[in-house]
Design a protein around this ligand. Structure first.
Ligand SMILES: [Zn+2]
Length: 171
């Protein structure tokens, strides 16, 4: 059990790193808007550095991540907030090569997770992607046609190659 002030020991290394990080912290008092006018919707994949891959730094962009980098209802909510309150004028939707969400069926993922978890996972939904390009076109279209996202916002779909680091315009 932990009280409000004691983190589990499993976080020790991270909290030590945080203390060092805070030593020369320069973002205090920052307003939290996207200073470069950018929002990125991308996958949770640990190979992706959503700021670094487009030459940005903390403070420059709003980042929304989920498995597959899909434009879900929650992503659209974030983008609407970003556009109207946080200076977002350019939106990049960025799925990537070798994504687990595009390389498995939902049945396969349920079986895999069930095996790892040692219990039934057939009830767990996974938003797998059967056709990455078709999904990207649909996701970009969902943003462009959203009634609360004006036409003045640039929206692009780009596939990120996790082996070369390059973005390729796809939608
Ligand atoms: Zn992925």
């Amino acid at each position: 059990m932990n009280d409000d002030t004691t983190a589990p020991h499993g976080f020790d290394d991270l909290l030590a790193a945080n203390a060092a990080f805070a030593q020369d912290f320069t973002l205090g008092g920052f307003d939290g808007i996207a200073h470069r006018g950018v929002a990125v919707v991308t996958c949770m994949d640990s190979r992706i550095d959503p700021l670094g891959m487009i030459g940005l730094s903390p403070g420059d962009a709003k980042i929304f991540r989920n498995p597959g980098g899909r434009v879900t209802a929650a992503a659209l909510e974030a983008l609407v907030l970003g556009v109207h309150l946080l200076n977002v004028q350019r939106i990049l939707v960025v799925p990537h090569t070798r994504c687990a969400m595009a390389n498995h069926t939902e049945v396969e993922l349920r079986a895999l997770i069930g095996q790892k978890a040692g219990s039934d996972a057939s009830w767990q939904g996974f938003h797998v992607v059967a056709d990455q390009d078709a999904a990207l076109r649909a996701d970009v279209a969902a943003i462009r046609s959203h009634p609360l996202i004006p036409d003045t916002v640039d929206v692009g779909g780009f596939l990120y190659d996790v082996d070369s680091g390059l973005l390729e315009h796809r939608a």
